[in-house]
Design a protein around this ligand. Structure first.
Ligand SMILES: NC(=O)c1ccc[n+]([C@@H]2O[C@H](COP(=O)([O-])OP(=O)(O)OC[C@H]3O[C@@H](n4cnc5c(N)ncnc54)[C@H](OP(=O)(O)O)[C@@H]3O)[C@@H](O)[C@H]2O)c1
Length: 243
């Protein structure tokens, strides 16, 4: 029987947790501890960093982990790199549960940038009303463009923010297109800045942008070293069965 470590914090990780719990498979769900009230899981949960690659290797040994599924967000690259390295050192099987990136469709007006730094640079110029949907961790980077009025949607109410002009909405996905359209109309959004997370939980803002004719500055995904990539819970269960 596998003893599974799920690196979580995403809708996909939650679905995998439910599936393994339903099967009665030994598994533990790991949160980074970024939000005040993490979603409850039907599995034992641990919270907080492992302490880099060495810490993760020690955790794998101490808890007799046989398989790791990295179901973290596509932009959680440090955790994903650590998982690749630690699984090689500890000789533990690793697969990533990933979701395809979003692709522009008819009616979209997207400009792609390779990373956060390029997104910040692309915002130079006159003040605009911008829906900055990049998460709390990256807001400080955008302090270099303080002239804009930013709409921020965050899971928890933030403390002091590095952006002088902003409106904060505290909310947690999944979001609906009609709600995001109303939010953007009320704010007068003229540009959406988004990481290419993929999946359904946060795609409503892109649907809303399309229907309102609002352009999107799309931050492309970071590239990770080679690893086993699976795209559905069913594929993960099959991998657990056969590896
Ligand atoms: N980045 C995003 O846009 C985004 C969006 C939605 C949700 N999330 C979720 O938020 C969490 C943190 O993302 P991040 O981008 O800050 O990660 P990150 O930059 O790749 O990770 C930084 C450090 O946080 C710890 N960490 C990250 N994910 C962890 C997990 N699931 N369990 C235990 N420790 C974890 C690790 O610390 P140690 O080195 O000490 O082990 C890691 O080295 C992840 O669970 C991710 O799925 C991220």
């Amino acid at each position: 029987m596998p003893n599974l470590l799920i690196l979580g914090g995403t809708t996909e990780a939650n679905a995998l947790a439910q599936a393994t719990a339903d099967l009665g498979m030994p598994a533990i769900y790991s949160y980074a501890g970024r939000v005040d009230k993490p979603r409850p899981q039907p599995l034992p949960v641990r919270v907080g960093g492992f302490g880099g690659v060495d810490g993760l290797v020690a955790y794998i040994h101490d808890n007799e982990i046989t398989h790791i599924v990295d179901a973290t967000h596509p932009f959680a690259t440090q955790m994903s790199r650590n998982a690749i390295e630690a699984s090689a050192v500890a000789q533990t099987k690793l697969a990533a549960l990933t979701r395809p990136p979003w692709a522009a469709q008819a009616g979209d007006d997207w400009r792609h940038v390779p990373d956060i730094a390029a997104a910040v640079a692309a915002l130079s110029g006159d003040p605009r009303r911008i829906f900055l949907a990049v998460g709390r961790m990256h807001l400080k980077d955008f302090a270099a463009q303080p002239q804009h009025h930013y709409l921020l949607r965050l899971v928890d109410a933030p403390g002091a923010l590095p952006l002088p002009n902003c409106e904060i909405v505290v909310d947690r996905g999944p979001f609906a297109e009609a709600d995001d359209r109303a939010l953007m109309q009320r704010h007068g959004t003229k540009l959406v800045v988004s990481k290419n997370a993929g999946g359904t939980g946060a795609s409503a803002k892109l649907d809303a942008a399309r229907s309102l004719g609002v352009p999107v500055l799309m931050i492309d995904r970071p590239v990770l070293p080679q690893r086993t990539e699976l795209t559905s819970v069913a594929q993960v269960l099959d991998w657990l069965d056969h590896s």
